[in-house]
Design a protein around this ligand. Structure first.
Ligand SMILES: [Zn+2]
Length: 232
């Protein structure tokens, strides 16, 4: 939860707002695994700390579904920034989140999308890429995390994603209230989470992906309203 600002009498509010400079409007950084506000680095530790999860890569969340938000997630990204491309019919990009700080770079990120469920009604999608241990994917998949767990990938894969003329298998994640899949691409976790669970039908066909970090792409991403699933 963001820290509550002190309550000011309304007559002082305009005066107070005038006094705020952009440099003071720093985003609240939260744990990628829970919503706790993280403790900033100190003289004793260069890492951000969550009271429950220890050292974490802080989440800069709710990056707007816009070119500016995209540039925000691409800046210092050390992991792929996945987007299905071509997009499934009628789907829009609805925001980004990035875990990591200036020192580490972005070590985990998510791209949110909204569109029609193949069986009718609306659906939401979250594509997460991260280094092992970040915990952003497990958070959206509804796991205690941070990774898919010991029983992961024991059976046949549930679907595949395509990237750069290769296919990468995704396995089903045992969870509730959503369809969740995970696999590994070049040493990073790739998670695909869909709400409601029936939207998992989107993975019946191989899903082609692009890494938005790759140069020379001129994708005209259609943006929708900010996803309510992005924390912050
Ligand atoms: Zn936490």
């Amino acid at each position: 939860m963001p820290q509550a600002a002190p309550v000011l009498p309304s007559r002082y509010l305009t005066q107070a707002i005038r006094g705020i400079t952009l440099s003071e409007m720093r985003p609240v950084l939260i744990c990628p695994r829970c919503n706790s506000v993280v403790r900033e680095p100190s003289v004793w530790s260069s890492a951000y700390h969550c009271g429950q999860h220890g050292e974490v890569h802080p989440l800069r969340s709710g990056l707007s579904p816009s070119q500016e938000g995209l540039e925000g997630v691409l800046r210092q990204a050390r992991v792929p920034v996945w987007v299905p491309w071509p997009l499934p019919q009628g789907w829009l990009v609805t925001g980004f989140a990035a875990a990591g700080d200036e020192r580490t770079g972005t070590r985990g990120c998510s791209v949110a999308l909204s569109g029609p469920n193949p069986v009718g009604g609306p659906a939401e999608m979250m594509l997460i890429s991260e280094e092992p241990g970040v915990g952003l994917g497990a958070r959206f998949a509804g796991l205690c995390g941070p990774d898919p767990g010991t029983h992961f990938a024991k059976g046949p894969p549930a679907g595949v994603v395509q990237f750069g003329n290769h296919e990468f298998p995704l396995w089903n994640i045992d969870t509730e209230g959503r369809a969740a899949f995970a696999g590994e691409v070049s040493g990073t976790w790739l998670w695909l989470v869909l709400w409601p669970d029936t939207a998992g039908l989107l993975l019946v066909e191989p899903l082609p992906l692009r890494d938005l970090r790759d140069p020379g792409q001129d994708l005209d991403l259609p943006f929708g309203a900010l996803s309510p699933l992005l924390p912050g």
